[in-house]
Write a protein that binds this ligand. Structure first.
Ligand code: ZN
Length: 458
């Protein structure tokens, strides 16, 4: 089914950035609606919902189809409402007033399916505790940050984060868009957004990132900064694995599971990383794909297992995933997605509850989308090495990739398909051959089109 176009009825930079960060494809159509910040007899929750609905409706009226997303955020302290400041002087006054106090962020959300005429409304509340600010600090802050497009005159995801002692509730609500709530609303009206991560601060680990460490990477031979220690990586992987197995059923056939687990263990034994416990499982999903989580968890979809013709191919695929774990690619990717400012914020204890809680299946999907070309090629190189060391023919990777490519010549791969998330087939085959010390034939250097069904731009 083709995804309906998504429109964001807001030209807020923070909202655009967030949606992009979560991999959502959308266009911006500003609503030009003036928000109300007070209506007699209306609660704050009703007020932001009304504003969001008016924005969404204004944009929906200009469209024939698609999904419209609109939001409205206010900051409330006591009975006072703080929207966006109109100038620098009022921004400064606002921040001075909010300094040292607890306040509530209210976001109204509205999602409209234009064609089906379905409207969903919701509100998200987050409590934040702001430090006491000196005038000097406020001035200095405004020199770096433009407060005029920010409700309450500060940005929590940027330098405004320096002033926030603690928050209760969804972090992204404070940034400008409660993505978890939005994700649920979109799901309810039937929008499938698999590349949409739903991290919410309280469902994450407090202090998860405080174990910032530099480690020598055995594989790349370089000193690399990891914000996660191995311990934390494992904790995160465990939490994710638990969530995933709630949502995707493991295949019930013990023979398939045992086979994958036993070949996987052989690969893990010869790998360069032994400080994690590897686990290999097959999930009941028809997609052709496989994914490695932080901390040693490898999941293979049933659709992929069915495409495999022999143990060498299976070993090659598993060894590729082990390669990702050895090189810590999933951690790298999650780090990149969450950004430094979020990590910094997370390193401050948020509440007493510092337990590792579940992340989300959307984080899983983020990893399912694959890695950079560099990372994929490194995983291939390592995969070929480990498969060989474990006694398998590492050319299994080549035959497997060629088979998938042949299949896809006839039918374009679906978004979560292995070739779609692991492209650059020709390069990958070349890397495997190089690792095996095989001489390269002329055709290995020809730029073979990975996706022949896609028309080339001229
Ligand atoms: Zn990969």
């Amino acid at each position: 089914m083709k995804q309906k176009p998504i429109y964001l009825a807001s030209d807020s930079k923070a909202r655009r950035k967030l949606l992009r960060l979560f991999g959502l494809k959308f266009s911006v159509i500003p609503s030009r609606i003036k928000e109300d910040d007070f209506i007699e007899g209306m609660s704050f929750a009703q007020l932001v919902k009304r504003n969001a609905r008016r924005k969404a409706e204004a944009v929906a009226a200009r469209l024939k189809k698609g999904i419209v997303i609109a939001a409205d955020t206010i900051v409330v302290q006591g009975k006072k409402v703080f929207g966006k400041p109109k100038d620098l002087a009022s921004a400064s006054k606002m921040l001075k007033y909010l300094s040292g106090k607890t306040q509530w962020i209210y976001s109204g959300l509205c999602v409209i399916d234009v064609e089906k005429k379905i409207t969903k409304l919701a509100v998200e509340k987050t409590k934040i505790y702001m430090d006491h600010l000196q005038d000097k600090e406020i001035k200095g802050y405004f020199r770096c940050v433009n407060p005029l497009d920010k409700a309450g005159s500060f940005d929590i995801q940027g330098k405004g984060g320096f002033f926030i002692r603690r928050i209760d509730g969804c972090f992204y609500n404070v940034v400008g868009l409660p993505v978890r709530r939005l994700y649920r609303m979109l799901k309810e009206i039937g929008v499938r957004i698999f590349s949409f991560s739903i991290f919410c601060i309280l469902s994450l680990v407090s202090g998860l990132f405080s174990g910032c460490s530099t480690e020598y990477n055995v594989v790349t031979g370089q000193q690399e900064v990891f914000y996660y220690s191995t311990e934390r990586e494992i904790a995160l992987g465990q939490a994710m694995a638990k969530e995933i197995e709630k949502q995707y059923k493991p295949v019930s056939d013990p023979l398939i599971q045992e086979k994958v687990a036993s070949i996987g263990k052989q690969i893990a034994t010869v790998s360069d990383r032994k400080d994690v416990n590897y686990e290999f499982k097959v999930l009941e999903e028809n997609e052709v794909n496989a994914v490695a989580l932080p901390g040693g968890y490898v999941y293979v979809f049933k659709g992929l297992v069915e495409k495999i013709s022999n143990d060498d191919e299976l070993a090659a695929v598993l060894a590729h995933e082990v390669g990702h774990i050895v090189a810590r690619h999933s951690i790298k990717r999650l780090q990149a997605i969450m950004g430094y400012s979020l990590m910094r914020l997370l390193s401050i204890p948020l509440s007493e509850n510092s337990e590792v809680l579940a992340t989300s299946d959307a984080a899983f999907t983020t990893l399912l989308l694959g890695y950079s070309r560099e990372d994929e090629l490194l995983a291939d190189q390592l995969g070929a090495r480990y498969a060989k060391l474990a006694g398998y023919n590492p050319r299994g990777m080549i035959s497997f990739l060629e088979k998938l490519q042949e299949d896809n010549r006839r039918k374009p791969p679906r978004p979560k398909n292995y070739l779609k998330t692991h492209p650059f087939t020709a390069d990958r085959i070349r890397v495997v051959k190089q690792e095996l010390g095989e001489s390269l034939s002329f055709t290995d250097y020809i730029n073979v089109e990975d996706r022949p069904y896609e028309k080339k731009a001229r």
